[in-house]
Design a protein around this ligand. Sequence first.
Ligand SMILES: Cc1ncc(COP(=O)(O)O)c(C=O)c1O
Length: 424
Amino acid sequence: MKNLISSFSYLDYKTNLLTLNNIPLNELIKDVDTPFFLYLPKRFEQNYLALKNSLSKYLPNFQIFYAVKANYLGKILLDAKKLGLGLEVMSLFEILLARRAKYSFNNLIFNGPAKTELELTTYLKENSNARINVESLNELVLIERIAKKMKIKPKVTVRIHPNLSKETEKRMLIKKSSKLGIDYERAKKLFSFAKDSDFLEPVGVHVHVGTNLSSHEFFDELFDFMNSYIESLRKIDIQIKEVNLGGGLAPPNVLIRENFSLYRFAEQIVTKFENYKDILFLFEPGRYLIADSFIALTKILQTKKSWGRKWAFVDIGANSLVPLRYSIYSVIPLFFKGKGQYCNLGGPLCLPVDIITKEAVDFMVENDDLLAVLNCGAYTLSMSEQFGYPRPPVYELNEKGKLKLIKPSDDIERMVEENFSNLE
Ligand SMILES: Cc1ncc(COP(=O)(O)O)c(C=O)c1O
């Protein structure tokens, strides 16, 4: 456990009590009922600054966009804006969130394989210069039609699927067979179409094939391909001004564990891209920025033994802690009572997939013990659902070191009533 929390700089154990920024966590949360999420804005800022400072050491031109889909809580969007981040959005809902948070649409990127006319028009009305990533010829035709009607010339970037070695492809979340992106050869038709249009400006190439990435070798391979691809576009008279390297970085504790250096990452870019000084590099991190800026606080409701295994059931479930392939939640106790029998942790849902961590924990657990779930800020709230239970509230740890409610829990009475709407 000591090993685990050593890569979460804000956590420690003092006389067996878990501390957050040196304050015992049980003290900090004593007035709030579990389950709830705790947002740590300072951590979000630190993660952003670590990335920004590493990139600025090597890259003359870059911009970072927070991937809203990772966690779209209003307070995070406002914090991101204050820090100078742009946003990567994927739907009308996320466009409206960006508008509500008063972002300049100059600082937005719109992704997605099937954007509607309503979404595109709403987006472009906010700013005709806002970036759009496209991945089909039909979509380009639609954007051109909208642009012609609006008498504008939007910037388009083509999202490609790169040519990677067989071994690398196998490890990627987004493979050649995936619905996302377009194969790099076919993509050339999209570039040419945009170049020949009076209403489109092809500016860039975009790539996003994985998440939880922490391998320098992978990025060497990707950047080699991207550099040669840009060269091949130049030969057909397409000048790439922007390279969008997508999101995909693993959370800080995974980067530390895997000896991944953000400085080296930035250095790899300048080493591999011959014309890096003439390129604006764009990044769309989600998981890296927000995963460890959240902790979920939960209580053990029940324990049992079955077939030689010990189980403990906590009051937060897979409807909030969504069990995705890349989820890497870790659980530690607020009060460490010593080592105990290996124990599997499940949520309260009557569903076998409602498991909190893939590995059993080895500390002593009993009913009513409080636990902290780490690395749970990405793809949890934004993907959560009301499966039998209301979604928990979110508090933030504010500058004064106090908890402040920033999103209430779902109202259980309302959840009931909504299902009886318009019946009488
Ligand atoms: C186009 C695009 N950019 C960025 C991201 C963010 O990825 P991550 O959270 O792994 O950084 C995603 C996630 O699905 C994405 O689809």
